[in-house]
Design a protein around this ligand. Structure first.
Ligand code: GLN
Length: 456
């Protein structure tokens, strides 16, 4: 813990941490030492990590990357954080992210951008950019992230680490500041599938305080990851595994370097015994407009709670209540958040609801059905995480919606609520990392982790 604290302090220019808590971390590490001495230590006792600043924490401030929550302190811990705490992990602090998790480059944080440790002139991806950069820069061996439309998988890909977004409902959303409630999921980001499996087993599980939490027995994802497949051999641990390649995930616009690295990863999976089959997700492109209607719609509703009354920022001067709301929200929210609140309010308003929101919901169902069609002929789906490697800081400045298009491969799985992960498969242009995306059917996290582990 001391070594990592020193490393994180020396790496402050990366912008990964919003709050580094030396005192808290050392106290927790001492508790872990005591657990080891008493013989009560578990597999995660004393493991240093850090949390995306979208999880509320009682012992540290929580900002969600927004000025709106500057100085906010929650009276309780998010369930995911509480479970990792109970397992004896040592939190070093809170990690930078896009404001309310809206973004793909971690340039929408009110507290400054995060840089990619592979090349500091580039973005780490987003919105869990601090979580990915901190693991890639070896400031922590693992971190928590959240994924609404790709925010675990895409920064993991850009930073060359491993991340998994489980099936919607596997991890509790209690205490995760809500962006788009029907899409938000928690997940671990770490150096390997094995580390992710250990963390996910602890983070997941039923929580009666989240109405969308799935009530099923606790899962040992590590054991599922290690389980030997029927018919597998030592040389071919993935024998019999059918991996579907949706043709829409390999469009002409995919950069050559990403295509090559992903194909190399697929060839490796074949060597391990997997069979590659052609499948189709015909509505892949539609996932972009569908997501950018549904997510802002839910965000506009979720963010209405930031009114200057209950918590967070309040404008210093105002004439009446309405003026206070207006000034507070004008000052507290950044441009991307305002853009989404306006889009969301528009698509939900009378007269537009049927034309946009209802249509998007219908298409969402069709996108989910397309996946079930694919899973008739394959066990897992594979493709790129993102169409390119990490881009330069400032590249998206002139067209704020251009980055939306780069979410094309992560959004379909999110809309369907399916588990997905990013596994590093080499480097592309400028020596930057490329991630392979694996998508499984509902609750097939074990299979995803098994394939990723075999690859690593
Ligand atoms: N890039 C997507 C967005 O901006 C996804 C974000 C996320 O998953 N939190 O909405």
């Amino acid at each position: 813990t001391e070594a990592l604290l020193a490393r994180a302090e020396a790496s402050a220019s990366l912008g990964a941490f919003l709050h580094l808590d030396r005192e808290h971390a050392l106290a927790r590490a001492a508790q872990a030492d005591a657990a080891f001495a008493a013989g009560t230590a578990g597999p995660l006792t004393g493991v240093p990590l850090a949390h995306k600043d979208i999880y509320v924490t009682a012992d540290m401030p929580t900002t969600a990357g927004s000025k709106m929550l500057k100085g906010y302190r929650s009276p309780f811990d998010a369930t995911v954080v509480a479970r990792l705490n109970a397992a004896g992990t040592v939190s070093l602090g809170k990690l930078n992210c896009d404001e309310f998790a809206m973004g793909s480059a971690n340039e929408n944080s009110a507290y400054g951008p995060v840089s990619n440790p592979w090349d500091v002139s580039r973005v780490p991806g987003g919105s869990s950019g601090g979580s990915a950069a901190a693991v890639a820069a070896r400031l922590v061996p693992a971190s928590t992230g959240t994924d609404t439309g790709g925010s675990i998988r895409q920064p993991a890909s850009f930073c060359g680490i491993t991340g998994i977004k489980p099936t919607y409902g596997v991890c509790s959303r209690y205490g995760m500041i809500a962006f788009a409630s029907s899409l938000d999921q928690a997940g671990p980001m770490a150096r390997s599938a094995e580390d992710c499996a250990l963390l996910l087993s602890t983070m997941s599980g039923f929580d009666e305080r989240d109405a969308t939490s799935v009530n099923r027995p606790p899962q040992d994802f590590h054991a599922q990851m290690l389980a030997v497949r029927q018919g597998a051999t030592a040389a071919q641990p993935l024998k019999g595994l059918r991996i579907g390649l949706p043709k829409e995930f390999f469009p002409a616009g995919l950069t050559a370097d990403v295509n090559a690295a992903v194909r190399a990863g697929l060839a490796e999976l074949e060597k391990l015994g997997a069979t590659l089959v052609d499948v189709s997700l015909p509505r892949t492109e539609l996932a972009i407009p569908v997501y950018y209607i549904i997510a802002p719609a839910e965000a506009s509703s979720n963010l209405s709670r930031f009114d200057g009354v209950k918590f967070g920022h309040r404008a210093a001067q105002y004439t009446d209540l309405l003026d206070m709301y207006k000034k507070t929200r004008a000052e507290g929210f950044g441009p991307e958040v305002k853009r989404r609140i306006m889009i969301g309010t528009y698509v939900l308003s009378h007269g537009y609801y049927d034309a946009y929101y209802l249509q998007a919901q219908k298409l969402r169902r069709m996108i989910a059905d397309d996946f079930q069609q694919c899973f008739q002929s394959c066990d897992l789906i594979a493709g790129p995480v993102a169409p390119s490697v990490a881009w330069k800081h400032g590249a998206g400045k002139d067209d704020p919606t251009a980055a939306y298009l780069a979410d094309i491969f992560t959004l379909p799985g999110s809309l369907a609520g399916l588990p997905g992960m990013s596994v590093p498969v080499g480097t592309g242009d400028a020596g930057l990392p490329v991630g392979l995306q694996l998508i499984g059917n509902y609750f097939q996290e074990g299979q995803l982790l098994h394939a990723a582990h075999a690859l690593q």
